[in-house]
Design a protein around this ligand. Structure first.
Ligand code: GTP
Ligand code: SPV
Ligand code: MN
Length: 664
């Protein structure tokens, strides 16, 4: 069968797409597909399942990968197969297909940039439908106190999960192409890296994985016949469609499930095409399965940015920071310091894999190769490095567009021409703020190659990772929590991570701005029992050969009585990083407080700050607030972590309680 016949047959049930094909670049696609099919079929003698290999080389797949693919072709029944090589030509093909299907459109004002708009029902991670399946429930989550609903992850028995998967996956790719994506989390070949194979029926996912991971043929040669993480993904909308798509975006929100099977090193995700639900290398692999592997193998997989900070004397240190989703990791990782002579370099903006090396130093790699960053709030004022990164080769999802063919979101008001008309993410033309609705979805994002960021650290792809001297926790705390404080020691630091709380954001399905517990910024991403996770963190304290990083807590989001942020944030956060830097260097610039060491008066470098900052309000420690905080954290540990709470954490809580109660 000829290539285009295959394509035509696939879209026959959706005549609108035939028309779009005309408006794209059919000649180009015909040529690539013809070549691809020639290459594919002439090489496909080993292809046992008699399916149509549309692109790629079956024989180049290691045997174990072939078996995994074959097994799932039998279940999902795609009509064609595409084995990804990661080439530019392949990407052009994908972009053609996505345009033809009405899922993306070009943004002519920017270089090779694209706009995708999803079904408005598929815009964020869905924690309520995300499960980890182990024989023993307690391996996955602490058993909450009786009568309390657990919030530290969701468990499903292997039998129940089997039933759920069997209800969804058989035939789920009918009429569609199954893409086989070989990808490496971490630099290809690094001893800290791990390889996955994702099978998906979404070309959008392939295009995104190409940016977010190292993807393609080079990964297969490194893999050989070794084990890999199995990642199966389907949007859950076989062809012909039973119901019309919304926005041409295939997804199946009612049936969505994101399942992790640690015993089989496997992830199965169905029904969502968005972000962390579908780019399985990210949260599913690098954090949930990653944390399990880390526990097993003695390392850490964390929801942390990694940055390098060079001071005005040319000294450099690396820091890792865990903030919950949409709480400022990308911004801090790419910040432009306002302190003269300081320089920040970016290693990663979302995930860190960290391991102590033979000299006892904690080394971190960024397992990702791209940024899937929150668009709203990103501007030349707040994050110029991100703005410079996303001007080319970027896929924007659920942002608004301008009449001149560029993008718009909340925060760019000063940076789009006054004459430009704005079409909102929901397609409402001539959008104005008066509509009362945001132009871009609050969780709209850019997907952009990390190497385009002008401040990438020279060692960001170093196979051995960068040495970490400080670990920073933080969240959105409108009241009570000071700008920065330092843990008294490692165990106190682990306690600080465990008691993290933050205002809910749009990155998940939560409503409103309630302050939620989000220990280690990992609550949605723990791959195993949080109590065991704490024990793992605490275990490093006992190993005397380790040079443990110092631990900090920061809060950029404290508000005054008028509801305004007290701290200017963004580039000014360099003042806090500088203080941390000096503390790591052993400088005597801290004083004890109930919560930890805080800067001595005037030790925070405020030189040249062009705004009045109420330092007293920023560092105030209201006794009643902290008494409530202690009670709340205590209740949380008691109800949620229950029997699995390590005694060391309880001791730290009691110490905090005593310090707070004896406060003036
Ligand atoms: P995920 O990608 O969801 O994990 O989020 P993230 O932690 O990388 O958050 P990001 O840096 O994208 O920031 C999210 C929002 O917080 C944006 O709207 C930013 O403008 C805002 N933000 C970041 N840093 C600061 C800060 O220092 N002060 C204030 N007020 N807002 C900030
Ligand atoms: C987050 O929510 O923390 C993200 C975005 O980084 S997603 O990839 O959708 O998880
Ligand atoms: Mn994140």
């Amino acid at each position: 069968m000829g290539s285009l016949e295959i394509i035509r047959r696939n879209s026959a049930s959706m005549p609108a797409q035939e028309m779009r094909e005309e408006t794209c670049c059919p000649k180009f696609a015909t040529r690539i597909l013809k070549e691809a099919v020639k290459a594919g079929t002439s090489q496909s003698h080993g292809y046992a399942t008699q399916k149509n290999l549309l692109y790629g080389y079956w024989n180049k797949l290691p045997k174990k990968v072939q078996s995994y693919v074959e097994e799932n072709i039998k279940i999902c029944k795609p009509s064609t197969l595409h084995i990804c090589d990661g080439s530019d030509r392949e990407n052009e093909l994908l972009m053609y297909i996505l345009q033809r299907d009405g899922m993306i459109k070009p943004l002519p004002k920017l270089e090779n940039c694209w706009l995708a708009k999803t079904d408005p029902a598929d815009v964020a991670r869905v924690e309520s439908k995300t499960f980890i399946s182990t024989e023993e429930e307690r391996d996955t989550i602490p058993i909450p106190k009786s009568g309390v609903k657990g919030t530290l992850g969701k468990w499903m028995s292997p039998e129940d999960l089997d039933t759920e998967l069997n209800m969804r996956f058989p035939g789920c790719m009918e009429g569609r192409t199954m893409y086989v994506i070989p990808f490496s989390m971490g630099p290809v070949g690094s001893p800290l890296s791990k390889i996955g194979i994702q099978l998906t029926d979404s070309a959008y996912v392939v295009a995104s994985m190409r940016v977010m991971t190292r993807m393609g043929s080079k990964v297969l040669s490194t893999l050989g016949n070794n084990e890999f993480i199995k990642c199966l993904h389907s949007v859950g909308r076989p062809l012909p469609l039973q119901e019309k798509l919304n926005n041409n975006w295939p997804c199946n929100p009612k049936q969505t499930i994101i399942a992790h099977l640690p015993a089989k090193n496997e992830i199965c995700s169905y029904g969502s095409g968005y972000g962390g639900n579908s780019l399985l290398g990210k949260k599913c692999f690098a954090l949930r399965l990653g944390s399990i592997l880390g526990h097993r193998e003695g390392w850490l997989a964390e929801h942390m940015l990694i940055l390098g900070l060079e001071n005005d004397k040319g000294e450099k240190k690396y820091m890792a920071a865990a903030f919950p989703s949409a709480c400022g990791k990308t911004n801090l990782a790419m910040m432009t310091p306002t302190l003269p002579g300081y320089k920040v370099t970016c290693v990663g903006d979302d995930i860190a894999w960290m391991r102590f090396d033979k000299d006892g130093r904690l080394r971190a790699i960024n397992p990702e190769a791209g940024f899937f960053g929150v668009a709203p709030g990103t501007s030349m004022k707040t994050n110029p490095n991100a703005m410079k990164t996303i001007t080319r080769n970027t896929v924007f999802t659920n942002v608004a567009e301008t009449s001149e063919g560029s993008v718009f979101w909340e925060g760019l008001e000063e940076e789009v021409p006054r004459t430009a008309q704005i079409t909102s993410w929901l397609g409402v033309p001539e959008w104005t703020p008066d509509s009362g609705k945001p132009a871009a979805h609050p969780n709209s994002r850019f997907c952009t190659p990390a190497k385009q960021c002008p401040i990438m650290d020279p060692d960001w792809e170093s196979p051995e990772g960068v040495p970490i001297d400080a670990i920073i926790f933080g969240g959105r705390r409108p009241e009570g929590v000071p700008l920065v404080y330092e843990a008294y020691n490692w165990n106190h630091g682990v306690f600080i991570g465990a008691s993290m709380r933050s205002e809910a954001t749009a990155a998940a399905e939560h409503k409103g701005k309630v302050v939620m517990h989000d220990p280690f910024a990992m609550r949605p991403f723990f791959g195993y029992n949080f109590g065991h996770y704490l024990k793992h963190w605490l275990s490093f304290q006992e190993q005397s050969n380790l040079k443990l990083p110092k631990i900090y807590h920061v809060n950029w989001f404290r508000k005054d009585d008028q509801g305004k942020f007290i701290w200017p944030g963004f580039g000014e956060n360099s003042r806090v990083l500088d203080w941390i830097f000096r503390r790591v260097n052993g400088e005597d610039c801290a004083v004890q407080s109930a919560v930890g060491n805080i800067p001595t008066p005037n030790s925070l470098n405020m030189e040249g700050i062009n705004q009045n900052v109420d330092m007293e309000a920023l560092f105030a420690l209201p006794k009643d607030f902290w008494q409530r905080e202690v009670k709340e954290v205590s209740k949380y540990f008691d109800e949620q972590v229950n029997e699995d709470l390590p005694p060391e954490i309880m001791q730290e809580l009691r110490k905090l309680e005593t310090r707070v109660n004896t406060m003036l």
